[in-house]
Ligand binder design. Sequence first.
Ligand SMILES: [Zn+2]
Length: 283
Amino acid sequence: MRAFHNNPALKEHYLAQIRMPKIREEILQKGGWNDGRDAVGCISHGHNVLDFEIKLGIPNVLGSVLNSIFLRLPSEAAVDFLEAFILSIKPGTDLSGVWKQYASWLLVDRDEGISKFAISGAEVIFEISELYRNSCTEISRWAVLAKSVREKWQKDFWQAFHARPATDVTEYRRIATSSLAFEAAHEAANAGLYFLRNKVEPACRSADRCLWQAAKIYFEDGGEDAYVEASKRQAFKILDYLRQSSDERVIRTCPYGHKLRLPTGKSGTVRCPVCNTSFSTIT
Ligand SMILES: [Zn+2]
């Protein structure tokens, strides 16, 4: 699968569409195109997340990521995000690995990862992240982790339910955010499991809910503003990954064995920054 089916004109077409003042106004007013309150509809003019891949050559799950964040941003920021999403993607790029990277970031990143909210048993969140990192294709391993993270979530959920804000607000929040973290991780595990079973639509729904629960943690902690800020950080990160994937590089070695990361699709002489030796290569 190649982004925009490797056709720059297709990217321009979708960009022009989003930039049309009439469309922009409509999205700002109604939160979507033609009464459809979603980002995928704004772009693909269809209301099915499965249209995304067919029309744009972009994995459906990234349509779900886009949608999930879009609906949580203030309207101006949401429209800008929509445009930035399209802009970040270079036609012809294979984006099939982006969800795996993104899910792993969402789960265990040192600053943003939801694992830090788990009161106990965060290991299971790291294990799910490992499955994503290693592109694990063993259904049984995904299933085992989905089940054990679900148990964690249920346990914390009922504990939070019984703790209730009335008794001790701080303690309640601590348990409630832990419960949400496990719930988000459960959705991440489910998404991986559904993908392996070729159930794309439920996989996309799980990915959407995973992001949503991850942002809700911040609502529990800091209210609406913190929730929107968390959604914005999710937006910046997906744009980052899209740009990184579009910037394709290959490794070439100089005559003295130093490894250089070079842009693809070029040929000519390169000077090694370490030993200053020039050598010719094709990327
Ligand atoms: Zn060298």
